[in-house]
Structure formats: C-alpha cells, structure tokens
Design a protein around this ligand. Structure first.
Ligand code: GA4
Length: 333
C-alpha cells in the first residue's frame, strides 16, 4: 500500500484502483413492495451480503434534511468541529478511524441511536441550534429503524423461521446497542495526478453488527468485495438504501449469509456524504446460530459469545482484520 503524505502531518493510504466494472449489473435491487422481496433478500444475503432497497417508505424529505444538516456541520471551521470530538465513543472524528491507527480521507460524526444521547451530543455539534440537527437525526433514524425492522422480518419469513421477529427483536430491544454515523469524504483534486491509484476514504472492513443500512448522496466511492475476491463499485443512488449483512448476522445464520467486505475510495471532484444506521443487539445477547435454521446434524461454525465479548474484541482490532476469525471453531486435525 502506498501512502500519501498530507502536509507532512498524516499518512493516508492509496490503493490500486479496482478495474472499471461498467459491465457489472449484478448488485441485487429489491423492491420492498414486491411479493418476491423476501426470497430475493435471502438470495442476495447469501450471494453478496448486500443489496439495494427501493420502495422503502422512508420519506425522502428526512434523507435530504439530514444530508443538508450534515453538510452545514462539516462546513464549519475546523476549530468548531473539533469541539465535538474526538469520538469517545461518540462525537466528531477527522481522519482517524477507531482506536488502533486506521486513517482515511474522511471526517465523520458517530452517534448513538438513543434520542437522549442524540440531543446531548447535538448540543456540542450545533450549540446555536442543537434541536434542528437533533430533530433531523431523530426523524431520520426512527424512520430507518422501522424500515430495518421490517426488512429483518421479511428476511426471517424468507428463511422460513419463526417467530417473525426473531431477528428484529434484537434491534427493537430498548437495550439494543445500535449506532449511527454521518460520513463526509471531501473531494481530493490532487488525485487526478495519481493515475491508476485511489485514495482510501474508509478502508476495507466488514461491519460487526447484525445489519447496516446506508444512504449516500449521488457520489461514487462505495465498493464491495464479491465472493471471488473481485472489488466492484456500487453506483450511488440517493433515493435508495444499501443493506449490508454484518458479522453477527453471518454467525446467526451459521455462515449462510456473508458479512460483506466493503470500502470507500475518494472521488477527485465531488464530496460524498453517507449516513449509516448500524443495527446491533443488546450487549448481553448471545450471538449464536439460530436453532431453527440449523439442519439436522449441522455443526455450529462459531464458539459461543455475547455481543459485549465481540465488541470488546472489535475495538482491539484494525479495520481490515478478520474479526470473526477469533470466534470460529477450528477444524480438529
Ligand atoms: C465499522 C462499522 C462502524 O462504522 C463502526 C466502526 C468502528 C469505529 O469507527 O469506531 C470500528 C470499525 C467499525 C470496526 C473495527 C474497529 C471499530 C473502527 C475500528 C477500527 C462504528 C463499528 O461498529 O465498527
């Protein structure tokens, strides 16, 4: 990996650009109102760990209002933004991702999804108008949460498992450990000169939670890794959501669903703004394959662990690490 030095202060990663995938039309697009949606969601989670969701019912106004508020925040002078950081674990972050030395061409806000905690953090994010920013986040997050519950219930039906809320209950739980982030990837005009290489905004990783729900503006940058190891770019669509299977859902399906490896690369001319809801279970929840999904004689691939155990290990890891590796049952020789 080559590294670009920014004003001699920080080292940012450059990677080889993925081959253009103009011909690749394989990212599944699922219409939430279609009678086939449930089966298609299951197929997409098995093949890609990823799909695009249309006709989702989240008001466009909530999406654009939060995007506008995010842009307003990120255009503040650096000294003002720094008042809301660094994230511990919530707040404003710039270039540094996580506690273990990962960096990217990004600034972001990391928030809890709990309305009290949102309003608390919003008073440092926007001291003049905390309620404007706060209400944009609360409206958006509550609408996206409801849509996500429905997606998980449709997936449970598609998998033929009962009860319907076997997955969604973990996110609906008052103690659910979910979080939310707004990412801003500034453009980088110097990139034009770096032929064949791209600057990393957010390095490759899988999400540790159950499911992540991403919405971005119409700027390129998101890439996912297919089963055969090829990276493909995901054409942006500001009216849709992109759903990612997280590590916990991979475990709960005993590996039938794959948590998708993904990354964001920087555009030379246009800022990318994304907002992501990460649906996680309560800390005490045991993450294990759902018994109703296990075939007779099927062995569980993972050791038993709670979300708190996993989270602790996640925060000791680097972005690109195979975090589930530590929890896999190794074949006996
Ligand atoms: C990836 C998914 C979410 O953005 C996140 C990230 C978290 C962070 O930014 O603090 C982590 C990353 C994410 C996984 C490995 C650790 C923790 C940065 C990092 C290096 C909020 C999450 O839950 O895990």
């Amino acid at each position: 990996m080559v590294v670009l030095s920014q004003n001699g202060r920080q080292q940012l990663p450059l990677i080889k650009a993925c081959k253009p995938n103009y011909g690749f039309t394989g990212i599944p697009v699922i219409d939430m109102t279609s009678p086939h949606a449930k089966a298609h969601m299951v197929e997409a989670c098995e093949e890609f760990g990823f799909f695009k969701l249309v006709n989702h019912g989240v008001p466009m106004e909530f999406m654009s209002r939060l995007e506008d508020e995010g842009i307003k925040f990120f255009s503040l002078p650096q000294s003002e933004k720094d008042l809301a950081g660094p994230p511990q674990p919530f707040g404003y972050g710039n270039r540094r991702i996580g506690p273990n030395g990962d960096v990217g061409w990004i600034e972001y806000l990391l928030l809890s999804t709990n309305p009290d905690s949102i309003s608390q953090i919003c008073s440092s994010i926007s001291p003049e108008n905390p309620e404007i920013f706060g209400s944009a986040v609360v409206d958006y997050v509550s609408s996206v949460k409801n849509m996500t519950y429905e997606v998980l219930e449709m997936i449970a039906e598609g998998l033929n498992i009962e009860p319907r809320n076997v997955l969604s209950r973990l996110l609906k739980d008052e103690e659910s450990d979910s979080c939310f982030r707004v990412n801003h990837y500034p453009p980088c005009p110097e990139l034009e000169a770096l032929r064949g290489r791209v600057l990393v905004g957010f390095g490759e990783h899988t999400d540790p939670q159950i499911i992540s729900v991403l919405r971005s503006n119409n700027t390129n940058g998101l890439e996912i890794c297919l089963k055969d190891g090829t990276w493909v770019s995901v054409p942006p669509d500001q009216d849709s959501f992109f759903i990612n299977v997280g590590d916990s859902l991979q475990v709960m399906t005993n590996g039938k669903f794959k948590s998708v490896k993904h990354r964001v690369v920087t555009e030379s001319r246009k800022a990318r703004v994304s907002m992501i809801y990460f649906g996680g279970p309560p800390l005490t929840e045991i993450i294990a394959p759902l018994p109703s999904l296990m075939k007779e004689g099927e062995e569980t691939l993972y050791k038993e662990f709670t979300w708190a155990d996993y989270k602790k290990s996640v925060y000791k890891s680097r972005l690109a690490d195979n975090r589930l590796g530590l929890f896999e049952k190794k074949e006996q020789p």
